[in-house]
Ligand binder design. Structure first.
Ligand SMILES: *[C@@H]1O[C@H](CO)[C@@H](O)[C@H](O)[C@H]1NC(C)=O
Ligand SMILES: *[C@@H]1O[C@H](CO)[C@@H](O)[C@H](O)[C@H]1NC(C)=O
Ligand SMILES: *[C@@H]1O[C@H](CO)[C@@H](O)[C@H](O)[C@H]1NC(C)=O
Ligand SMILES: *[C@@H]1O[C@H](CO)[C@@H](O)[C@H](O)[C@H]1NC(C)=O
Ligand SMILES: *[C@@H]1O[C@H](CO)[C@@H](O)[C@H](O)[C@H]1NC(C)=O
Ligand SMILES: *[C@@H]1O[C@H](CO)[C@@H](O)[C@H](O)[C@H]1NC(C)=O
Ligand SMILES: *[C@@H]1O[C@H](CO)[C@@H](O)[C@H](O)[C@H]1NC(C)=O
Length: 481
């Protein structure tokens, strides 16, 4: 297609004219007389930026039958639309249908819009997944020392990208990969569902993401990231299906997400051992709010275990977790280096949980044996307040590192209801110190010092990313494709 723009515009114009004619006819006849093939629905959606140009996947040969591969159609479409980046940008609309595809790359000043009646299915044909280099802050692939597959939707070195819809679906068809993982057959690290690297101004919103081969949403080495309104679903028994993993990123807002997962609902990271220390890029200035999580064997929100570039200034509020192993967990180890500091958590409602508070100083997973055991993480100024929990087995399991105390841990206004068979020791604290007030059951001696009046800190100011307002954009969805 040499001039996709022209043809699209003509097409859209013709559709508009047709719509006018149809409307005129409808006013003379009954609604039943309207030909649905000529109609389209105009939808409003919210985005960081609207686009001047719009095209349908079907204009690039896309076939939504659930069987035909659309890898070429997606790649062609985005390659063509990338030429419009400097002219107001473009949006690619995935209309109603079942769209099977392998991995494809995004472009700048671009919106991928997935209609609510559309599902993108990830191909299980490995030759549709290009290999990409391992992440420099990890030094190796997470599943295997070899390379890694590109994610289903991948973007690198981009500016101003939106992946959204009116609750359209992406299905990673992960069972193929989970089985390979369990059988130890992976020579290359599994693909993620969405990975955006070295990018600025990213929005991922209003979608349902199911059954990712591994992590779902992985923004890395990026800034100004807004993630909202995602429903993320994986069977709770499958490996490494983290929901959202902000990794060496700054200025991030994650809100109104509902996540059911076999691993952490959100895992905040910044690289692994000596590779992460060398890369040295922290995750900072992040807000998570209104998260609902179900993860029986993992955390609502994990900080680490890969935190070697540092994690700081994280604000978490209004979290509901049900049948989740722990709430906001810190995971680290000797050899990690880096830091986790200035963490603020308030208003959590928790039901059925093994540990409300959990910190692990000897998390045993290393990229290789070249890590420096004297590279000790600094864990400091961690604040939890206004927590109500029910049906809890053990209130807190807080283990720092001997010779490397976790300090300024503050817990206030916490009411924990215990399960029918709770642990005898409710608070087990080693190598940590801090403060508390109004906590029931009463906390361990290292936290017995009184927190300041008013309870643990939560910053009054807003992060700049909280003030970013979305614009009202529109998209035309053909009623029938
Ligand atoms: C996507 O971009 C990466 C990095 O530039 C590249 O290695 C990969 O081959 C690209 N994939 C496709 C399908 O073009
Ligand atoms: C897998 O994809 C490759 C490359 O697109 C294609 O040549 C091959 O026919 C596909 N295999 C199957 C079983 O569909
Ligand atoms: C992307 O940006 C990074 C960091 O600035 C740079 O190292 C890398 O070469 C860039 N990659 C591409 C494909 O431009
Ligand atoms: C989106 O779809 C999912 C799955 O069907 C559903 O659970 C969720 O409530 C929907 N979200 C919205 C905002 O409609
Ligand atoms: C958190 O929940 C409280 C109580 O429902 C509400 O007043 C407050 O506005 C919420 N905060 C955010 C950031 O959603
Ligand atoms: C309480 O937690 C236990 C697991 O510790 C679970 O089996 C049980 O269903 C939970 N009860 C309620 C009422 O949620
Ligand atoms: C308390 O934690 C320490 C260090 O993790 C552990 O060795 C010990 O067994 C725990 N004690 C109880 C009663 O759980």
């Amino acid at each position: 297609m040499d001039h996709p723009r022209k043809s699209t515009k003509t097409c859209v114009t013709m559709m508009k004219i047709s719509a006018v004619i149809v409307l005129a006819l409808v006013s003379l006849a009954t609604v039943d007389a309207m030909n649905p093939r000529l109609s389209s629905n105009s939808l409003e959606f919210q985005a960081i930026n609207c686009r001047k140009h719009s095209a349908l996947l079907t204009e690039f040969g896309g076939v939504g039958d659930g069987v035909t591969s659309n890898t070429h159609a997606f790649r062609q479409a985005i390659e063509h639309l990338s030429t419009l980046a400097a002219d107001g940008g473009a949006q690619l609309v995935v209309p109603p249908g079942k769209w099977l595809t392998g991995s494809f790359n995004l472009t700048s000043h671009f919106t991928l819009f997935i209609d609510k009646e559309a599902t993108i299915f990830a191909s299980q044909n490995e030759s549709e997944w290009p290999l990409v280099t391992v992440l420099p802050s990890y030094g190796r692939g997470r599943d295997a020392p070899g390379g890694r597959y590109s994610s289903l939707i991948f973007g690198t070195n981009l500016t101003d990208v939106v992946i959204t819809g009116n609750n359209g679906t992406m299905d990673g068809q992960g069972s193929y990969w989970w089985e390979k993982f369990h059988k130890g057959e992976l020579k290359v690290t599994r693909p993620y569902m969405i990975e955006i690297m070295y990018s600025d101004q990213i929005q991922i919103s209003d979608l349902t993401l199911i059954n990712s081969p591994s992590w779902f949403v992985h923004p890395i080495y990026s800034r100004n990231v807004i993630i909202q309104g995602l429903t993320i679903l994986a069977p709770v028994t499958v490996p490494n299906t983290d929901g959202i993993d902000p990794d060496s990123c700054s200025n991030i807002r994650i809100e109104d997400c509902y996540i059911v997962s076999g691993d952490d609902c959100i895992a905040i990271k910044s690289g692994w051992d000596e590779y992460g220390i060398k890369f040295g890029m922290p995750t900072e200035n992040l807000v998570v709010r209104r998260l609902t999580c179900i993860s029986p064997d993992s955390a609502g929100i994990a900080l680490g275990s890969e935190m070697s570039g540092g994690i700081r200034n994280i604000r978490i509020e209004n979290v509901t977790a049900i049948n989740t192993e722990s709430a906001v967990r810190i995971k680290t180890a000797r050899g990690r280096g880096g830091y986790v500091k200035d963490i603020f958590v308030r208003r959590m409602f928790l039901t059925t949980m093994k540990y409300v508070f959990w910190m692990t100083g000897d998390y045993k997973s290393h990229a290789d044996d070249k890590f420096d055991p004297s590279a000790l993480p600094v864990i400091k100024n961690i604040n939890y307040r206004d927590v109500v929990a029910e049906n809890v087995t053990m209130s807190a399991n807080l283990a720092g590192i001997s010779g490397d105390l976790f300090t300024d841990i503050c817990v206030s206004n916490v009411k924990i209801g215990l399960s029918v068979k709770p642990k005898k020791v409710q608070w087990n604290c080693t190598d940590i110190e801090g403060f508390s007030s109004d906590v029931d059951p009463p906390p361990c001696a290292p936290l017995a010092k009184a927190a300041k009046s008013g309870g643990c800190d939560f910053p009054e100011d807003k992060l700049p990313i909280e003030n970013v307002q979305l614009k009202s954009c529109s998209v035309e969805i053909p009623a029938f494709s």
